[in-house]
Write a protein that binds this ligand. Structure first.
Ligand SMILES: [Zn+2]
Length: 209
């Protein structure tokens, strides 16, 4: 209950500060949202996209899921929470940029590397299997390397799978090819406090900040 009480106190503080300091912003937001960026991030409590980028309410349309994965374009009968969020952002909100935000120390990716923990799960295993082939390749290639290196390579490889999967949605590919939409792969190294981006020309992650 202590945590809940802290959250309520936090909201009171938020309301006092935000609503009185930036009344114009909230007047505008009452009318509706017009974010220009979709961020697909991890559920991890340490990696809040709005906090990390000092974005204001209304700036980012955010989808968070375990290991910041994008599933491939698919027409099965499952409940496509992530894909429906992407569809809304792209078709209805017409965002200009999509950022897939990976991070260091990702529990989802570590679980995929280990397997053991996933054995008893109902939903995590099939969800994380999106990145399984890429992770298998990493495990094979780096089997004699330190664990830390394997995790880092796994996090990066999974991020690239998500970027590829984004382009498997025909209405994303169309917009990217028409220059109306740009897709970015970002990686937040929370151990070093660094932000990197995947450079498709160099095929590697380069420092943004
Ligand atoms: Zn994560």
């Amino acid at each position: 209950m202590q945590d809940i009480a802290r959250m309520i106190r936090g909201f009171r503080h938020f309301r006092r500060n935000y609503f009185s300091n930036d009344a114009r912003l909230f007047e505008r937001l009452k009318e509706g949202q017009n974010p220009r960026t979709l961020v697909i991030g991890c559920c991890d409590s340490r990696v809040d996209p709005a906090l990390l980028t000092e974005s204001a309410p209304g700036d980012l349309f955010v989808i968070r899921n375990v290991a910041n994965l994008v599933p491939p374009y698919d027409h099965d009968t499952g409940f496509h929470g992530v894909s429906s969020g992407i569809e809304y952002a792209v078709k209805a909100l017409e965002v200009r940029d999509i950022v897939v935000l990976g991070h260091s120390g990702c529990g989802g990716i570590a679980a995929l590397l280990d397997h053991a923990m996933l054995e008893q799960t109902e939903y995590l295993r099939p969800w994380l299997s999106i990145a399984q082939p890429a992770l298998n390749a990493v495990r094979e290639e780096l089997q004699h390397k330190p664990r830390e290196l394997q995790c880092r390579a796994g996090e990066e490889a999974a991020l690239l799978v998500s970027l590829e999967n984004l382009l498997s949605f025909p209405w994303i590919r169309e917009r990217v090819e028409a220059g109306q939409l740009t897709v970015h792969g970002w990686y937040f190294d929370l151990h070093r406090g660094e932000l990197l981006a995947f450079d498709p020309e160099q095929r590697e992650f380069v420092h943004l900040a």
